[in-house]
Design a protein around this ligand. Sequence first.
Ligand SMILES: *Cc1c(COP(=O)(O)O)cnc(C)c1O
Length: 350
Amino acid sequence: MNFDINALVRENIMKLKPYSSARHDFTGKASVFLDANENAFGSPLSENYNRYPDPLQWQLKFELARIKGVPAENIFIGNGSDEVIDLAYRIFCTPRKDNIIVCPPTYGMYEVSANINDVEVRKINLTSSFQLDAEAILNAVDGSTKLIFICSPNNPTGNNMKRDDVELILNNFQGVVIIDEAYINYSKQKSFIQELTEYPNLVVMQTLSKAWGLAALRIGLCYASMDIIDLFNKIKPPYNINEASQHLAKDALQQTSQVNDWIHRAVAAKEQMIKNLEDFRFVGTIYPSDANFILVRVTDAERLYTYLASQEIVVRNRSHEPNCENCVRITIGTEEENAKLIASLQDFKS
Ligand SMILES: *Cc1c(COP(=O)(O)O)cnc(C)c1O
């Protein structure tokens, strides 16, 4: 495939002269910093936060590079995955001219972010077994299609997309394929981050918000070719990841055995939850899940949702999504929380 990333980039972004912050301008060795109008005396906290953070988060990236086996230069960090998604639109999609493809039922932010950026969304639904319709996706592509979003494991269905379908799309689409692996730590599927050298049009997203237990820090990870990473860095807000988040995330990345332990517990709790749910008459299909949640079809999702809310238990009603009639998405909680859910369901009059 003859892939030219620059041909995909918006003209205004190609021409853009990026903002150059004080911390970015000077890269030599210095001990007196009078360049950024900070308060040199300190912060009214036990830790010092008076200096602007590293705009490129190198310490955090080196740690990620070690764990993920991907060079730090191939990593971009966003203020949550949602920032990565928004920046992708702003790099590649000219409003009211370009289009993107999503495969519902899937993560809602791809479409919302497209709407915010005034970019056309083409929807090619997943099949009834929640797999990609690769042929229909490729047929929907035209000269203005810039991005295809693939979520695997998919939210809210929980399943992996078949690798052959993903590869077919990567091999036959001249735009950028964004694979969202937010739930990869729970999955048996192999991550696509080892395939970056194979596919110049590949962007992989992961996050510290799920298995890593750091949703409040807002750390979204993005892996791609250096050419693509350079574009993200060119347009990002200069200090998009705050110092507290950089520092805390770097420390958290040392705790791999704790995180692996939680992953195993969540997977075991999921199997237990599935067994318990199978006993209820109002439960129909429980969809196979490679994530830390399950999609469950019930006789009346609206009634179940309202009942659980009355018991102070919140699940997600996904009934209005394609092929998800009367489906609720249930996150796997602690063993204790899951037991509460099951106990409440025993009193549900279906
Ligand atoms: C939860 C989730 C994310 C994570 O978003 P953050 O902004 O990184 O917290 C990304 N993609 C999908 C599909 C998700 O379900």
